[in-house]
Design a protein around this ligand. Sequence first.
Ligand SMILES: [Ca+2]
Ligand SMILES: [Ca+2]
Length: 215
Amino acid sequence: MYLMRLELYCTLQVLMALCSKVAVDSIGTEPESAKANKYLIKKWEQWFYLNDINKDGEMSLDDMNLFERKFYKGHNNLLKNAQLEKTKRTLERRWRRVMLDNRASISLGDFISMFKERYESDKPAFTKMITEVELTAVEAIDSNCDNMISKEEFVEDMESIGRMDMTNNKKFFFSFPDINGRVPAEVLLAGLVLFLTEDDQTKPDSFKTILDSDN
Ligand SMILES: [Ca+2]
Ligand SMILES: [Ca+2]
């Protein structure tokens, strides 16, 4: 178990090293242009709507509470108590600090401005922050801690954000490269980080493809 966590931690370190390399590469050359383009902003909008679970047009602590109730209802039997407490704390930090900017609620416009400001002022730091918080999300989804995401774990997570269409959820799951029907945790993590930070629309993006098909 420890080795599996270590492996995922190492993946995180590699992703962070790549972020640092971007920063180092930019020293002595033209500063990297980090203007958020329309494509990336559209993805942030989709992420906002995905997490506006009660569909009232704002992302808020109500959505966080709704998410927690649904998520832990599904995971209570699977997570050990000590781990459940840690998961609760890290996921709450993810909601409050990164998604809500320490506010009780945030509108779409304010959310996009906040993400845009963070991204454009320091893209490597933004990518590092997203990688860290999405790691906690992936660890929470991986409820039996085997470093692989099963279809059941993935569907449970989708249902906790109100995506109840089983056919779509399965299609979403199998849009990631799997090994014997399970997706390595680092693959899902890389997919989440790509969705929230990549502005090159020529790169395949599973999250974008599925969210586009919702419309
Ligand atoms: Ca809401
Ligand atoms: Ca698992």
